[in-house]
Design a protein around this ligand. Sequence first.
Ligand code: SF4
Length: 368
Amino acid sequence: MSRKVRHVLGISGGKDSAALAMYMKIRHPEIEMEYYFTDTGKELDETYELIQELESFLGKKILNLEANHSHKNPFDHYLDIYNGFLPSSMARWCTLKLKLEPFEKWIGDDLAISYVGIRDDEDREGYVSTKANIQSIFPFRKHIWSIEVLHKVLHNTNREKVTKLYQLHGAVEMMDRFVEIVLEPQSPKYMFSQKLKDLLQLSISTFNYVVFDFLKDEDFPVSYLDEFSLLDNEDSIDLNKVLQLFKTNGVKVPGYYDEIEFEVNGQKGVYNRSRSGCYFCFYQRKIEWIWLYERHHDLFLKAQEYEKEGYSWMDNETLEQIIHPERMAQIKLDYIATLQKKLIGKNRSNKLVDILASDSEICANCFI
Ligand code: SF4
């Protein structure tokens, strides 16, 4: 059954969603993509510069989805409604009100595929809507499906159905192995992740076709497509390839990722901001607050103005406290030491942005 399905891609201001927009335009020009940006009104200037650059590259407007239409900017409008209660990782009203609600309102009841730029070298799940009419797809990963879809397809009760689909789509010479893997039930000895890995190792595109056909009997947006060009895509995009996309296409990587050298008590280090999002985002690390203080002093002061009536951006100290010279030096020294430990233990990129972003709590809506 065919029904109109929209294809949408959210630009967060981060490098990965921007790279995905470039990638989709180059690799999948046949997909009529709608680009959008949910503006909190508190983003860094570099984010707005990136949006402008991308618009010229894409030759398309990136729709700005405003959370409210009052005279106040979106964040301040909702802060008033929440009586000055600053958002935090435990009470993240900002993401809900400024990102998710405007997006879901814009989609309404339409069927939509939302393209998400989680890279293949990341171990995290992206935004998956709770609304059944919005389905997330991940073109940078080896397979493009959300975890929810994968669990459904590989569920033990579906082994026969999936076997038939493999018999339809799989290469004859590999059929015995396909069937063997599919029929082996998931168990503590043969876990979901291993089964998925085994199937993908044999053939990613065959797996994609099997999932696509499986979903025909379900009620996902993809179920309504007659064909889907991403099924043949076996690309795996990691951080280096993301940066390459910027270089090849002449789009500037947002300046806040630039590694800047600093010195403290005779020791040298480099810092930057590891993600896009609001300049006062509570997810940023202490060293990023110091970066903000030293590199965007005006924004730091603005962030500080929000800390009143007992509210602060961090749990255990205020912005006023962290810029005390001794405390600032300690934060820098701790950071240098932590980074050195991570570099010793690392086995992939040595880029600061990767090291910082790889192991901390993150918001998939704001920072992709
Ligand atoms: S960037 Fe941070 S503060 Fe801004 S909306 Fe996202 S989670 Fe909230």
